[in-house]
Design a protein around this ligand. Structure first.
Ligand code: ZN
Length: 331
């Protein structure tokens, strides 16, 4: 019998990653290219199709075939029409039929999910979730994504195209304006953008004039990694930004544990590499904001799959969608 493969794709604000994955979850080949979303959704879609064609060719070289493709995209999704409805961190994708277009170009079934949901499916399949039945997943990147597993199943709510949107839970009604248009979302305190914006604001406020961080802010595009490196070097503004991140995450996770009666969370995404800088403030905030559980009962784990969680989860989503006989867009 011909070997079956799946393609998992993780479409982020700066890069898109694609991988050819077998049924056991081995990554046969992975690719990463710049998304260049500033050139528009159509151009990004064409780039994605090129990447997928390459992986389809690879599967044929291996005497196999790609059965389906899974896409993880940040934002609110219309899975039935294969369309991104609203993506705060990829605005050109708003209303763009990314999955439907890819399916037309590649002639394979394409299934789309929110990127944080596919992160969760990856961690559930091969990562940190293990035997955990009920847990919250959080991705810290340019923005903050979230997912919820109850009874070992991904929670999809009422099928409205969003669920687990932890990044847009409001934790300070008078806080900074978020990419979604609201004020004081978790994302404005705990994302890569929150780190860079926070650093810029403190420099503009004049409190850190003359520091290396101030220099970085003025001379080139500041990244979350720059803020991280300055925190490691002992810059007090940078350290405070990570403390704020931990406080905000602890507050939000504590509220969700109280509401849902659960006690596990898994945190991933590129910015979670700064784990040592935010985990203690997070644990303290969690203890301060959750009266129902002992501190030792609340389990916060780092992602085990790192960068590959969303890729593997997207491939798993493609696989499960075929098994469940889900309809690909427009069929
Ligand atoms: Zn928001």
């Amino acid at each position: 019998m011909q070997k079956q493969f799946y393609i998992g794709a993780d479409i982020g604000g700066t890069h898109m990653r694609t991988a050819l994955v077998d049924r056991q979850g081995n990554i046969i080949e992975a690719q990463k290219v710049a998304t260049d979303i500033s050139l528009g959704a159509q151009q990004a879609g064409r780039r994605l199709a090129e990447q997928c064609r390459r992986l389809v060719a690879r599967s044929i070289e291996l005497s196999g075939r790609v059965a389906s493709i899974g896409l993880g995209v940040a934002g609110k999704i219309d899975a039935g029409k294969g369309r991104v409805i609203f993506s705060p961190n990829l605005p050109p994708m708003n209303n763009y039929p990314l999955a439907a277009e890819l399916q037309d170009q590649i002639q394979l079934p394409v299934f789309m999910e929110n990127d944080a949901n596919v992160f969760g499916l990856g961690e559930q399949w091969l990562g940190a979730a293990g035997a955990m039945q009920n847990w919250i997943g959080i991705t810290l990147g340019t923005g903050v994504g979230g997912c919820l597993f109850l009874g070992n199943r991904l929670w999809n709510g009422d099928g409205l195209g969003f669920s687990g949107e932890i990044g847009h839970m409001i934790i300070d009604a008078n806080g900074p304006v978020c990419a979604c248009g609201m004020r004081g979302c978790l994302e404005t305190h705990a994302s890569g953008r929150a780190l860079t914006e926070g650093a810029r604001q403190s420099v503009t406020g004049g409190t850190r004039a003359g520091s290396r961080l101030a220099e970085l802010c003025s001379t080139r595009t500041l990244t979350a990694k720059d803020v991280y490196l300055e925190a490691v070097r002992g810059d007090s503004t940078a350290i405070k930004l990570f403390e704020r991140m931990g406080w905000a995450l602890g507050l939000t996770i504590g509220n969700l544990f109280t509401f849902l009666g659960i006690r596990h969370a898994i945190i991933g995404g590129g910015v979670s590499d700064a784990w040592d800088l935010f985990i203690e403030p997070l644990r303290k905030s969690l203890a301060d904001h959750c009266c129902m559980l002992q501190e030792s009962a609340m389990i916060i784990l780092p992602s085990r799959l790192g960068d590959n969680a969303a890729l593997l989860g997207a491939a798993r989503f493609a696989m499960e969608s075929m098994v469940r006989g889900k309809r690909a867009p427009g069929n």
